[in-house]
Design a protein. Structure first.
Length: 233
């Protein structure tokens, strides 16, 4: 039990928790947006079900963290996945919540949470693994401690989304922004792009605009089609 009195261990654990919390704020937004259209009685199930799956997959990623950074196309594909998630969330923000198939929608929300959390946690996992200096058990402990705080944050964000509808659109744009920054950091692209911060900003702004405009266009098209069907009925 001598390790309990090791200040370096506690320092590393504190670093891991802080990093995970700082980089996990965006995850809370995605969790809340994925659950906002579920009935209240299913929202908690979706949050905890999604985070349970995300914890398992994130710990698996931690074991592979040393090799993740060098994998070509990983961040690029992850960025594209986030673009798709963001567009889908923005496009469906105005749909009627009444005819909900609880089981199907619950698993859809859980799947969205797991996929988004894993994709958005790539940089998180790498930073946390570095702070843990290769000690996977220490890193896993830090992640397990910080996850409940992220879950609590998602509940607060969810309450805000239910009160302020425009936050859904803003959240979609945020996901698009994150997607651009992730994709532009892929090793495959680094050799072709200048290493200046403006490139990162332009890519993030472009994908945020793509998510926002595509999502709003799809939502508008869906409303128009719904109106036409109602007028023909």
């Amino acid at each position: 039990m001598a390790w309990l009195s090791d200040p370096l261990l506690w320092s590393a654990l504190a670093q891991i928790i802080v990093i995970d919390l700082l980089l996990g704020g965006d995850n809370a937004v995605v969790i809340a947006m994925a659950c906002r259209r579920l009935p209240r009685e299913l929202q908690t199930k979706a949050i905890y079900g999604g985070m349970l799956g995300a914890i398992v997959l994130r710990i698996v990623l931690l074991f592979c963290a040393v090799h993740l950074l060098a994998l070509p196309f990983l961040k690029l594909v992850g960025g594209l996945l986030l673009v798709w998630i963001g567009i889908k969330l923005v496009a469906h923000q105005d749909e009627d919540d009444a005819p909900i198939d609880g089981g199907t929608r619950l698993w859809t929300a859980i799947r969205t949470i797991v996929v988004a959390d894993v994709v958005m946690s790539l940089d998180n996992v790498l930073a946390v693994a570095a702070a843990g200096d290769g000690n996977v058990y220490l890193v896993a402990a830090g992640v397990l401690i910080s996850i409940p705080v992220i879950v609590l944050g998602s509940r607060l964000v969810l309450a805000a989304l239910e009160r302020f509808a425009w936050l859904v659109t803003a959240g979609g744009a945020l996901i698009g922004w994150i997607a651009g920054g992730m994709a532009i950091g892929d090793p495959v692209l680094q050799g072709y792009l200048p290493h200046v911060s403006s490139v990162h900003w332009v890519a993030s702004a472009a994908t945020a605009a793509l998510v926002l405009l595509s999502g709003l266009w799809l939502a508008r098209s869906a409303r128009r089609e719904s109106g036409e069907r109602q007028s023909q009925a």
